[in-house]
Design a protein around this ligand. Structure first.
Ligand SMILES: [Zn+2]
Length: 500
């Protein structure tokens, strides 16, 4: 089976056939670094990090580029409001963004070009468009003439007549309402730090030209995958296509992949400023990463197929946190019954499972089926939601294997080896989604000595009250611990506890 991807350009799933395999180029529109990133800004990087990991597993050599927009009206306005310079603001916000990417386990980005460092590439692109007679100078501005591009509107299915809503409408200086700025003349009040020299006078580039100039600079005139949120289809990506294809006369991008947007539960948010501010703060990555691990947030994002909207709410976050905990409970259980350290070496080889000695042919066959299904659903337009559902079935089956073979109480060495190998195979698959790479923070904290001793006292008190049939007391201990975020789990060899 070949990989198939949904291409926004053709509105259908197509076989994934890169231009020059095994090389694959991916460009994702990155952050405009003027204010702290929120969960919506992490969705694209998380999804494309998974896509890169999976494509590498399928034998491709992937170059992944995310740009940084550090020249933009928004930065000028925000820097002035904060009484600082645009470069200082941009660097500070970018550092915050990179720290969040790191916490989310996104370490697959190869190049992060900044607009401010590619002014020459951008100017060269604009000059080509002027030479090709698809762009014109008006005052100190340069505009793209949408009526000169017969294909304009092919990505978003819009007609030129409908297009009046560009964010840089300037009025009388444009030939057509749909024309958009490639270069913007400097205004007298603008700070020097955002003003660049150009053949058309001092100024700065428009937003759209930055992406087509930098993507082709690093990935070539034609490349494989361009990604972004669905809100970027028009005008941003439409304009990128117009600019790039009018400059090179070649196809710009083979596959356009757009991810769904993050939907916030706004019912409970009143329109008052403070409540809205609080709600927005709760969605910032800095805040979320103080409440959740990077792995939990990643799991939350990829539990939905990338083309669908992500519902963001406390309830959804908690539900996904519990879902992820199911896997870590299995890992803890395997470590406890076998005495092995699952995280000591990376589970990155399929050979581990293939070469493992297996006690149970049916179980082994089922593991192979889970692995095959995982590949099948990921091949189908990177369906991470279905991939996670497969991992769930795999985890449940492995738990059953532990019970069937009485691994909690009996010392069956080969069955234990089978369980370890199967679990590491599960971890290998999860790692293709960027999951299960390290032991979770909460589990690391679980060995705090005093907490351990106090928990042993409470578990013993509960066991004694149960023995004496004082169930009100034993249930009360369990419920109060649950309310405090501690879950008890009764096992044949004793009661376990964990902080959820
Ligand atoms: Zn872009």
């Amino acid at each position: 089976m070949a990989i198939r991807v949904y291409n926004t350009l053709t509105h259908q799933k197509e076989p994934f056939e890169p231009l020059s395999p095994p090389r694959v180029g991916i460009y994702l529109c990155g952050p405009t670094v003027y204010k702290p990133s929120h969960i919506g800004h992490a969705v694209g990087p998380i999804i494309f990090d998974c896509i890169k990991r999976y494509l590498q597993y399928r034998g491709y050599d992937v170059t992944f580029v995310i740009n940084v927009t550090d020249v933009d009206d928004k930065l000028i306005i925000e820097a002035e409001a904060q009484n600082t310079t645009v470069p200082e603001l941009a660097n500070r916000v970018l550092d915050n963004y990179l720290a969040a990417m790191n916490a989310l386990g996104i370490d697959s980005i190869d190049i992060m070009p900044k607009a401010s460092e590619h002014i020459k590439d951008i100017c060269d692109n604009i000059q080509t468009l002027i030479d090709n007679d698809v762009a014109y100078v008006s005052g100190g501005d340069v505009y793209f003439d949408v009526t000169r591009d017969d294909d304009y509107g092919k990505l978003s299915n819009r007609k030129i007549e409908d297009q009046t809503e560009h964010r840089d409408v300037v009025g009388q200086t444009k030939r057509n309402p749909g024309d958009f700025a490639l270069w913007k003349a400097a205004k007298p009040e603008e700070p020097d730090s955002v003003i660049y020299d150009s053949p058309w006078g001092k100024g700065r580039p428009g937003w759209h030209i930055e992406c087509s100039a930098m993507s082709t600079r690093y990935l070539g005139d034609t490349f494989d995958i361009h990604g972004g949120g669905m809100d970027l289809i028009f005008p941003h990506h439409e304009n990128e296509i117009a600019q790039a294809e009018s400059a090179t006369c070649k196809t710009f991008v083979k596959y356009w992949l757009h991810h769904g947007l993050t939907r916030f539960n706004t019912k409970k948010i009143s329109k008052s400023d403070t409540e809205m501010q609080d709600a927005l703060k709760k969605m910032t990555l800095s805040h979320l990463l103080s409440q959740f691990t990077g792995e939990q947030l990643r799991y939350f994002v990829i539990s939905t197929h990338y083309r669908r909207p992500i519902e963001f709410s406390d309830g959804e976050l908690d539900a996904k946190k519990k879902g992820l905990a199911t896997f870590h409970r299995l890992f803890e259980r395997i470590e406890r019954v076998t005495g092995t350290d699952l995280f000591a070496t990376p589970a990155d080889s399929e050979d581990e499972w293939k070469s493992a000695e297996k006690t149970d042919a049916d179980f082994a066959k089922e593991v192979d089926t889970f692995a095959a299904r995982f590949v099948e659903v990921m091949d189908d337009d990177f369906n991470t939601a279905a991939a996670i559902a497969t991992l769930f079935d795999f985890a449940n089956r492995t738990n059953r294997f532990i019970e069937e073979n009485k691994l909690e109480t009996e010392d069956n060495v080969v069955a234990k080896q089978t369980a370890i190998a199967a679990t590491r195979e599960l971890m290998r698959m999860g790692q293709l989604l960027g999951l299960f790479r390290t032991r979770p923070e909460s589990a690391k904290g679980g060995d705090d000595e005093l907490v351990g001793k106090l928990m042993a006292i409470l578990i013993d008190a509960r066991a004694q009250s149960r023995k004496a049939k004082q169930f009100e007391i034993s249930d009360s201990i369990r419920d109060q611990l649950a309310a405090a975020g501690v879950t008890l789990e009764d096992r044949p060899d004793g009661t376990l506890w964990r902080i959820e």
